[in-house]
Design a protein around this ligand. Structure first.
Ligand SMILES: NC(=O)c1ccc[n+]([C@@H]2O[C@H](COP(=O)([O-])OP(=O)(O)OC[C@H]3O[C@@H](n4cnc5c(N)ncnc54)[C@H](O)[C@@H]3O)[C@@H](O)[C@H]2O)c1
Length: 426
């Protein structure tokens, strides 16, 4: 079978991660076009995939302006606020689309995207990469095997390491609701999705608490300068001091995000002028730095989700309590763990998680690419995230925001009906 042809729209971090799949699996996927305004990023993809000159565009707008379908599929890796307009047009032109999460930071746009995919009959797959990782697939198999008995309670933590919180949600792309969206949507729509995918039940009620507590001017060290590069007196004692994190040689993330030129000089220059050199206590951020969500499922199971931005290690940790056993899990780039404590026998059982490949998100980046390719070839797998299914994880995040702001308990059935009706009237 010949490879599926695709156009990468948005050649930043995610566009490159998915492009790598095509480079390593040329029989499955071929990148035949690129749309990206940044010349350095655009050219990098052109070189990697040997893209023909007439398939190079400076943005999704010019790509779609021709009103022609130039390949079978598009991978849309633009930033959150452009997902809606670009994807609606892609679906109208007949493309099958792999869309980065979140679908949209605007509630009703998510619903309209699902309606458009259903009306046009195109595939709209959302990048819920965790479904494709060996860790989560193993955890799901364990729960579905019945080993834990009936699940009574789940505690799930999304722990951001403190510098990732600062990089993405204080200084960077997802710091402000106006330009990106609520924190819980940006960071935890994956977590909602994975919990629903494993539990196979619906949320009936939820409530949520959280706030932006720490990254505010009143918590700046005494005399802190607006930029770390301005001779800040707190440089040595501040864990967020930018040169420690970014002024390194080489191609690693997050230093490569602030400058692709892999030298200390280029990165120092980027800190002096760009977002990432700003004092974390003096940014234009407004998203929360911690939040909890309590959920009651339709079979009575209770689930709590905690997002916290002061972690010592980037990882997800969890505890699943069933009527027969308790499971403790850790999903981390430093190593995965799944351990079961059997109640009756006291036996402790470690479940191995077999790594599949070295792609990002614990193997999920390549996993989702293969799933997308399979779906286009007519062999959808059972992890595939349809747009309708993805919508639920997004609705939970928006409902949690409503609860957090209004200090109310949300009845999810009423909420779904209300927002679906509102979207139809817009
Ligand atoms: N699935 C995941 O786990 C995961 C992880 C990180 C980010 N994301 C999502 O992926 C998306 C991209 O994130 P990223 O980290 O790659 O960001 P990024 O900033 O590295 O990349 C976005 C790219 O879009 C380009 N762009 C801007 N305007 C454009 C236009 N008009 N047409 C085409 N391209 C345009 C930018 O120049 C940039 O290169 C976001 O929606 C983000 O929320 C998902």
């Amino acid at each position: 079978m010949s490879p599926i042809e695709t156009i990468i729209v948005g050649a930043g971090g995610r566009g490159n991660a998915y492009g790598r799949f095509a480079m390593e699996h040329p029989q499955e996927l071929s990148v035949v076009g690129v749309a990206e305004p940044d010349e350095v990023r655009r050219n990098r993809l052109v070189t990697h995939h040997d893209i023909a000159p007439d398939m190079i565009y400076d943005g999704w707008e010019s790509l779609l302006d021709s009103n022609e379908k130039l390949a079978q599929t598009i991978i849309n890796c633009t930033m959150d606020r452009t997902h809606y307009d670009s994807t609606i047009k892609m679906l109208d032109l007949g493309y099958d689309v792999l869309l980065e999460k979140p679908m949209s930071p605007v509630l009703h746009e998510n619903i309209k995207l699902v309606q458009k995919a259903e009306d046009t009959g195109r595939l709209l797959q959302v990048c819920h990469v965790l479904r494709y990782t060996p860790f989560w697939q193993t955890l799901r198999d364990v729960v579905h095997s019945g080993k834990l008995g009936r699940i009574i309670s789940v505690t799930h933590h999304e722990n951001l390491v403190y510098w990732h919180m600062a990089h993405s949600f204080v200084r960077g792309n997802w710091r402000n609701e106006e330009t990106s969206g609520p924190m819980l949507l940006s960071k935890c729509c994956h977590d909602f999705d994975i919990l629903l995918w494993i539990l196979q039940t619906q949320v009936v009620h939820l409530n949520s608490f959280g706030s932006l507590t720490h990254f505010k001017p009143e918590y700046a060290p005494e005399g802190a300068t607006m930029r770390c590069t301005d001779g800040c007196p707190a440089a040595e004692t501040c864990k967020y001091e930018a040169t420690k994190l970014y002024v390194i040689d080489g191609d690693g993330w997050p230093a490569n995000h602030i400058s692709y030129i892999p030298t200390k000089e280029a990165r120092m220059e980027a800190l002096k002028t760009g977002w990432y050199g700003r004092c974390v206590y003096h940014c234009d951020n407004d998203v929360v730095d911690h939040q909890t969500v309590n959920m009651e499922m339709d079979d009575g199971t209770t689930v709590t989700l905690t997002m916290n931005g002061q972690g010592e290690e980037e990882c997800r940790t969890m505890r699943w309590d069933g009527t027969d056993a308790t499971l403790f899990g850790k999903f981390s780039s430093k190593g995965n763990e799944i351990r079961i404590h059997h109640h009756l026998t006291g036996e402790i059982e470690d479940i191995p998680v077999i790594d599949r490949d070295s792609s990002g998100h614990g193997g999920g980046d390549f996993g989702i690419m293969r799933s997308f390719v399979n779906a286009i070839q007519g062999n959808p797998d059972d992890s595939i995230t349809t747009a309708r299914e993805s919508l639920e994880s997004h609705l939970l995040a928006f409902a949690a925001e409503e609860s957090r702001h209004n200090k109310t308990v949300i009845n999810m059935e009423e909420y779904r009906q209300r927002v679906e009706a509102e979207a139809r009237n817009m």
